[in-house]
Design a protein around this ligand. Structure first.
Ligand code: SAM
Length: 240
């Protein structure tokens, strides 16, 4: 997969993506990240990329032309069609379902705003989708882009050493939260590992994990239960 970043600080995202699973995905050739700085496409001595908003008010707005030129340069760098995603607090909420959809694409272009955001005409003409990483406002789209890169990279086939681990994560196949996990030592001042996990009985372990997932989801995110496709027996068990 190829990800192009349109950003005033593309190296920021590249740095974030240099570690762990995402770094390994790049080393394994599963993912490549390319930065495009609109300032390199700006004109004049000052290479201006922003200007004051029409109508007055605080802050600056990113200019159309440097962004458009950067997007065009990114598009031209590879023949594969690219979806342009603008990271924005006003966008569709980023969920694991959205991440899965993005991860299947050959390439995406992530547009990072700064200041008050980008000129709306650029959004209307060049952006295919706006995505938000949550109901709060960041000073720039770079952290949001790094979140997208990380979430998408770990789903590339071969990025995780054990592909099963992604399938068992929260929000995955069954839409529930993941079960709790334990490791050595068995006995600790903070408590003991649940006995069933030491039993070697795989059917019992799977049953325990499923029930823990159900309980956690009910306790922390009951909104997820509706779409989780629970069996009648599981519903009865939760209600009982
Ligand atoms: N004036 C904008 C608004 O209220 O909708 C906020 C602009 S914000 C200060 C600057 C940039 O940060 C945005 O253009 C966007 O790229 C990014 N950004 C801020 N919060 C974000 C969020 N929750 N998700 C994704 N991107 C975000």
């Amino acid at each position: 997969m190829r990800i192009d970043l349109i950003s005033l600080f593309p190296e920021f995202v590249a740095q974030c993506a240099g570690f762990g699973v995402v770094g390994r995905a790049q080393e394994r050739g599963l993912l490549s990240i390319h930065g495009w700085n609109p300032r390199d496409h700006a004109e004049g001595n000052y290479r201006r990329v922003d200007d004051r908003p029409f109508g007055g008010g605080p802050g600056m707005v990113m200019l159309i032309d440097p962004l458009r030129a950067a997007i065009r340069a990114a598009r031209a760098a590879d023949p594969a069609p690219a979806k342009v995603v603008y990271l924005s607090p006003q966008g569709r909420p980023l969920t694991q379902t959205v991440v899965r959809e993005l991860a299947t694409r050959e390439r995406i272009i992530l547009l990072c705003g700064r200041y008050e955001g980008v000129d709306e005409r650029l959004v209307a003409a060049e952006v295919d989708e706006e995505l938000s990483i949550g109901d709060y406002v960041l000073s720039g789209g770079e952290l949001a882009a790094a979140v997208v890169v990380d979430a998408v990279a770990r789903l590339q086939e071969g990025a995780l050493n054990d592909a099963e681990s992604a399938v068992q994560d929260s929000f995955e196949a069954d839409g529930l939260l993941d079960c709790p996990h334990y490791t050595r030592p068995v006995e600790h001042a903070l408590g003991a590992v649940p006995e069933v996990l030491l039993s070697g009985n795989h059917a019992e372990i799977a049953r325990w994990r499923r029930r823990q997932s159900l309980l956690r989801t009910r306790q922390r995110r009951p909104d997820l239960l509706a779409g989780a496709g629970l069996t009648a027996a599981e519903r009865d068990w939760l209600d009982g």
